[in-house]
Structure formats: structure tokens, C-alpha cells
Design a protein around this ligand. Structure first.
Ligand SMILES: *Cc1c(COP(=O)(O)O)cnc(C)c1O
Length: 367
């Protein structure tokens, strides 16, 4: 039986990659901001329509570096409906995560619940553009400005997402991207931090390289999370084909939507007006009463037939042992996130899925 996986990495052409490797082998400059690092930063800044980007070795370190660079302390308001790295970065920064609930329409942080979570110790907000669906940027910024809070976006899902022609990455103080193999655009492991001015970009570049500003000068207790030349070369090749990959994903989303619209007990997201989506994920939400089967029953039924969805995000971060004793982890504080985490399955979604694959998946869901 052919296995249909939830994701599949976008891989560059091997011959082209080999040519670039040969060049790296000749130059013998394999890391520490070489030629391909510079080229990739430039190419990504252009593609993403942002002036300043700094590359990282993964998508978790830019979250932590953003918190450090903005000198965030005390409490950070965030969402429990995310990948665990979001909250971990706050913990590694020595701050206390404070969870607020999400809204059903985007699975992003509910801005109307932020103010009730603000205390004198609050210094920042870390929302997530879940599945690449932008959170309510304007409302969040208003609250942040009113209370003097920093906003750091976990934009790991939001590669190439635009609102009204502008990159979603221009919102807030900083946005972190992940280029992990499972994401729409990948460098195997990798990530980036989007900042809005040259001085901040310089500071971030120092911090990711031990705080070095020159051969003999260290200006800050930096750390090491640089992206090497091999993965930068890989990233340059993948950038050439990411639009095609997104177009393929969009087609698959269209097939899913067409077949699932009107199926009782199945909810899914449509495109948002004025938003350029990246179709990174296709979450569906199962209402047990209307659908007649629980999420887990459907999830395992699909698995039995070789179709591997992902319960993403389940369980909530607030239920993990490290975080469940936090006051904001209480179930009654997070009713929407709790409900959604029990309803969600992300259906297989990647650039190589065929129409035949999609039909097989849909046959298992639509009775
Ligand atoms: C993938 C992901 C991360 C972490 O990225 P890595 O590159 O794996 O470190 C953080 N937040 C979210 C929401 C993610 O999906």
C-alpha cells in the first residue's frame, strides 16, 4: 500500500546542488557568512519583500534571540495552540509564558483576550500566524502600543504570506521564520529573523555569532546559530521552485475544499480576502456530533489505509508537564484552544500529492 505522508520536503535538483557543492569545495569557505549566505539573505529579502533579514540555523533560535535583543523580561503573552518551540523560547529566555485563548476563525491568538492577561510584569506578546493565517495585526499592535509591550511574531508558518500586498513579516518588532524540512520553504534545518532597521540587523548578526563585531572584539554575550554555506546554497536553489510548490499546494487546497464543502461536521478554512496564502497546511476540524465519528477515530482510520494526517496542534502546549502548573494553563482559561486541539487533523499537504492521492484521502473522509 502506498503511504501518503502529511508532508514531504521540497528538495532542489540534485545535479544543480552538486554544482554548488563543487564550488564550496573549491572555495573551502563552508560557514561564517560566506558568499552563499550573503546571496541567500539578499534573495530572501527580495522574495519576502522585507528590507532586513538575518539567517539562522533553525527557527527556534531567532525566537530566543528576538527576546534577548529586545530585552524582554517578566511575563510574555502567547498562545498554547502552536508548536512547543514557541513557549520553549520564552522559557529559555527566563521569562514566564502566559497563555491566552485563540479564536476559531484563524486559530490565532484572540486579541480581545489579551488585555485581561496583562499584569505589571508583562513586557511582550508572542503570537503565531497559525497555518500561515495572519492574526489580527492591527488590534494586537494597538494593545501593545497602549501598554508599551514588544511584539514578536512566530511566523514559522508564514513564509511568503502577504496582507494587502505587504508581507505579514513587517508587523510587530520582529518576526521569526522556520526553514525546517517540513515547512513550505526549507533549508533542511534553518530559519530567519525579520527586523525593521539596519542597526537592529547588525545587532542580531552579532548575537548569532558569539557577539563578535570584528576579529578581536566581542560586544555582547552572543551565541552560535549561524547558517552554513551548504544549507544556504540549498536554500538558493529551493527559492527558485517555491512558487511552483505553492501553486501545487493551492491546487490541492482547491480540491479538498470543493469536496469537503457541505460535508456535515467538517469545517475548514477558506482563503482570507486580500491575503496571499502559502497553503502550508490543510487543517480540518471534526465536530463529533455532526460527523458521527471522533477526530481520533477518523485519524486512525486514515492511518489504517496508509494516509498519515497529523493532529497539529495536539496536545496543547499548556498541557505539557513543564507548563501545566502555570495559572494560565487552566482549561477554563483556554476553552477554544482545547476544543480545536481535539477537533483538528491536518490532511496531507505537499507539492507532490497527486489528484489520485487526494481522491483516496477524500474517499476516507466523505462518506
Ligand atoms: C517549525 C516551528 C517552529 C520551530 O522551527 P524549527 O526550525 O523546527 O526550530 C516554531 N514555531 C512554529 C509554529 C513552528 O511550526
Amino acid at each position: 500500500m502506498k503511504k501518503i505522508t502529511v508532508t514531504s520536503p521540497l528538495l532542489p535538483d540534485l545535479d544543480e546542488f552538486h554544482e554548488m557543492l563543487k564550488e564550496i569545495w573549491t572555495i573551502k569557505w563552508v560557514t561564517n557568512m560566506g558568499k552563499f549566505h550573503e546571496q541567500l539573505e539578499k534573495a530572501l529579502a527580495e522574495y519576502l519583500k522585507v528590507p532586513y533579514i538575518s539567517l539562522f540555523t533553525n527557527g527556534t533560535m531567532p525566537l530566543l534571540i528576538a527576546l534577548k535583543a529586545l530585552r524582554v523580561k517578566g511575563e510574555v503573552i502567547t498562545t498554547p495552540y502552536s508548536f512547543v518551540a514557541t513557549t520553549h523560547s520564552i522559557w529559555w529566555n527566563g521569562s514566564t509564558p502566559v497563555f491566552v485563548d485563540i479564536e476559531e476563525e484563524t486559530c490565532g491568538m484572540d486579541p480581545e483576550k489579551i488585555e485581561a492577561a496583562i499584569t505589571p510584569r508583562t513586557t511582550a506578546i508572542m503570537p503565531v500566524h497559525c497555518y500561515g493565517y495572519p492574526v489580527k495585526l492591527k488590534r494586537i499592535q494597538e494593545i501593545a502600543d497602549h501598554y508599551g509591550l514588544k511584539v514578536i511574531y512566530d511566523a514559522a508558518h508564514a513564509f511568503g504570506v502577504e496582507v494587502g500586498g505587504n508581507s505579514v513579516l513587517t508587523a510587530g518588532d520582529m518576526s521569526a521564520l522556520s526553514f525546517h524540512a517540513t515547512k513550505v520553504y526549507n533549508t533542511l534545518e534553518g530559519g530567519a529573523l525579520i527586523v525593521h532597521d539596519e542597526d537592529t540587523k547588525k545587532n542580531i548578526d552579532y548575537l548569532k555569532n558569539f557577539g563578535f563585531t570584528g576579529e578581536t572584539e566581542v560586544v555582547a554575550p552572543g551565541i552560535n546559530c549561524k547558517l552554513d554555506e551548504v544549507r544556504c546554497a540549498y536554500g538558493l536553489l529551493n527559492l527558485k521552485q517555491v512558487d511552483q510548490a505553492i501553486a501545487n499546494r493551492q491546487k490541492i487546497a482547491g480540491l479538498y475544499r470543493e469536496a469537503l464543502r457541505g460535508v456535515p461536521g467538517i469545517r475548514f478554512f477558506d482563503d482570507m480576502p486580500g491575503v496571499r496564502h502559502n497553503y502550508g497546511y490543510f487543517p480540518v476540524f471534526i465536530n463529533v456530533e455532526e460527523y458521527g465519528m471522533t477526530r481520533d477515530e477518523l485519524y486512525f482510520k486514515m492511518q489504517d489505509q496508509g494516509v498519515f494526517g497529523r493532529r497539529y496542534f495536539y496536545p496543547l502546549i499548556s498541557t505539557f508537564s513543564t507548563y501545566r502548573s502555570l495559572p494560565s494553563s487552566a482549561l477554563e482559561n483556554l476553552p477554544v484552544a482545547t476544543k480545536i486541539a481535539n477537533e483538528v487533523i491536518c490532511l496531507p499537504m505537499h507539492q507532490e500529492l497527486t489528484e489520485e492521492d487526494v481522491n483516496k484521502i477524500l474517499k476516507l473522509i466523505v462518506k
